[in-house]
Design a binder for this molecule. Structure first.
Ligand code: GCO
Ligand code: MG
Length: 402
């Protein structure tokens, strides 16, 4: 029987920080898992190195489900981003190994294709409305069928979701950057720039917007109502996801579809949102929600309630996570959309993948496993570079949700 012989954790910063797990079997087969938790990277690296790697050595890598249950139930302490990201890295690496051993891409092991390609949305942004409109035009020209639009709010300086140059990297300073926030200014302004996008480009593409957890339930209801005729694909994270009662109130007031879940980590965190049909899209991801094994369980539950998938896919999720996401997205019946932002060139010097984009759809080649390679030597050129995500403060100086 093949056994797990080695499990190594790499922390590197090719363009941004990534934590990568590589498992090697006694037959010399390797599997990769992403373990990146933006701004809290070393917590997961330690969880893996100090607590999970010793439990893996000598185990049968084919027993993915059993290893998942052992790591989850065996921790005694349940859920949470650090635990679920560490378990995800192990799980994804084991699916990679299983695919390589079988000589099949992982999506074949998950039941094969349900679709020809994976619809993605990309991020258009600008510091003001004219630059946002230019960016939307650029993505339309590139063939994207779905575009998220965000811009700076006048008088507020830096805002969530506005790219600096070509790089999207909110975790950009050695101590958290502090950004001003005014709900009143945002609520007055955001509907007007979303309307400007529809006015200029029409309705022949999907338009998305991320509120990034900043509103109260009644403010979110007002926002959703005010953009109803713009036919958004979704409004994302209108309120902080930990108060799930909030979504019931929003629902009673607006037909704008709701997406949430990028900060949630388990089926228990999304159970009520799904079974009570309080959301339309669930944004849990492979990397932060326990890997392929657990994410599929969430998506199957969602399918029963006509909730579709819309996995988080910002560039703080490594190319391993993107590839794993596409394997899942190709197969699940209730796929909705996948977030996608291209990684920078330095990142792609370290990770090589068979993921390709054409006409706003992602696809994979037939490489067995996940189809990702990690260049350890190249990674050595990019040492870990501690960075924090920003925090938001209201105009009176008090802390708000970033
Ligand atoms: C998104 C997310 C990101 C997060 C980031 C945090 O919708 O893509 O909200 O922008 O803020 O991934 O690390
Ligand atoms: Mg988001």
């Amino acid at each position: 029987m093949s056994t797990i012989e080695r499990a190594e954790v790499f922390v590197a910063s090719p363009g941004r920080n990534f934590v990568t797990l590589r498992i090697t079997t006694s037959d010399g087969v390797t599997g990769l898992g992403d373990a990146t938790l933006n701004g809290r990277e070393l917590a997961v690296a330690s969880y893996l190195r100090d607590h999970l790697v010793p439990l893996l050595i000598g185990r049968d890598p084919a027993r993915i489900e059993d290893i998942w249950q052992y790591l989850y139930r065996g921790a005694y302490w349940r859920r949470g981003p650090v635990t679920m990201t560490a378990i995800a890295a192990v799980d994804v690496a084991l699916w990679d190994i299983k695919g390589k051993v079988a000589g099949l891409p992982v999506y074949q092991l998950l039941g094969g294709r349900s679709r020809d390609g994976v619809l993605v949305y990309s991020h258009a942004s600008g510091t003001d409305v004219p630059s946002l409109l230019d960016d939307v035009a650029r993505f339309r020209d590139l063939g994207y069928q779905a575009i998220r639009a965000q811009t700076g709010v006048p008088g507020l300086g830096g805002s969530y979701g506005v790219r600096k140059g070509v790089v999207y990297e909110p975790a950009n300073s050695s101590l958290p950057d502090e950004q001003p926030w005014s709900t009143e200014a945002y609520l007055d302004f955001a509907p007007t720039y979303l309307a400007a996008v529809r006015e200029k480009f029409g309705s022949g593409f999907h338009l998305l917007h991320d509120v990034h957890h900043r509103l109260t339930p009644i403010e979110a209801a007002r926002f959703g109502k005010s953009v109803e005729d713009l036919r958004l694909f979704w409004m994302e994270d209108p309120t902080p996801a930990e108060n799930q009662e909030a979504f019931r109130l929003i629902r009673q007031h607006t037909t704008t579809p709701i997406a949430t879940g990028e900060v949630l980590n388990s089926i228990w965190d999304v159970k009520d949102l799904i079974t009570e049909q309080l959301i339309d899209y669930v944004r849990t991801t492979v990397v932060h929600a326990g890997g392929i094994t657990h994410l599929r369980r969430i998506f199957d539950l969602a399918a029963l309630y006509q909730v579709r998938t819309g996995s988080h896919g910002a560039t703080d999720l490594s190319p391993i996570s993107l590839a794993a996401a596409v394997h899942v997205d190709l197969t699940v019946p209730n796929f909705g959309i996948q977030e996608y932002m291209p990684h920078v060139a330095e990142t792609m010097e370290v990770f090589r993948t068979g993921v390709s984009l054409a006409n706003g759809l992602l696809d994979l080649d037939e490489t067995p496993g996940l189809g990702v390679e990690y260049d350890e030597k190249a990674a050595e050129r990019f040492p870990y570079d501690p960075k924090y995500l920003p925090v938001a403060r209201r105009l009176d100086g008090s802390v708000h949700d970033w």
